[in-house]
Design a protein around this ligand. Sequence first.
Ligand code: NDP
Length: 246
Amino acid sequence: TAVLANKVAFIQGGSRGIGAAIAKRLARNGAAVALTYISSADRAMQVVKDIEAAGGRALAIRADSADADAIKAAIGQAVTAFGRLDILVNNAGVLAIAPLAEFSLEDFDRTLAINVRSVFVATQEAARHMTEGGRIINIGSTNADRMPFAGGGPYAMSKSALVGLTRGLARDLGPRGITINNVQPGPVDTEMNPAGSEFAATLKAMMPVGRYGKDEEIASFVAYLVGPEAAYITGASLSIDGGFAA
Ligand code: NDP
């Protein structure tokens, strides 16, 4: 039987990019998957259709990660639909880059709300439903360790915040047999960070492997971490970044 058979996963931000790849990969490993989105309804539905076409179970829910009540309601909906909750992936994130003098407080607050506050809210709510063997994955960033260009301070701060949050929450969850880890990707080819851009060439030149990562590579790592073999990994920030921060 599939390694995640009878498990239920909830993914914040699963309509595109890394989150969509994680949704499909966890479904392929046997999990029923609920995924949220904010504006890409069609693409979220396409992910659901792809999973169903491959014989899996999936559900798309519109829920703004900046809205705590919306996150809680979505988790409740997933539990009602699939009967339990075993895996939470906090993937939704935004990247605002602007010179210091022009960086708006609105963008600063939105970065914190989606990249950090939503992780806390979803973890608190999901943990109520989880039992022994539960798994929580935050998608941080290599920018927590290295931010080699200007204008990204608030983004780097938001991903650094997840390092401490993950450590602390591991202490709350460990005694219940639930792990929480922070996966820190390097540049991955998505709409947030297209591999073909001029900016991408600068980033590639900084990396030992000289290329962007693929969303499937991140999904594969997450699939391992949420599986039964990874029970001894918790509170960790784990880089998968082609050596970007090396
Ligand atoms: P994309 O911009 O390609 O996709 C973002 C996903 O998050 C979409 O599914 C989007 O939904 C969802 N989302 C965004 N805002 C909200 C919100 N307010 N409420 C609910 N869902 C939301 O990003 P990536 O796939 O590139 O990034 C995913 C994660 O990985 C982020 O946390 C990012 O910071 C991190 N990361 C990315 C790297 C990269 O190089 N790509 C490198 C390191 C980390 P919708 O489609 O509806 O907008």
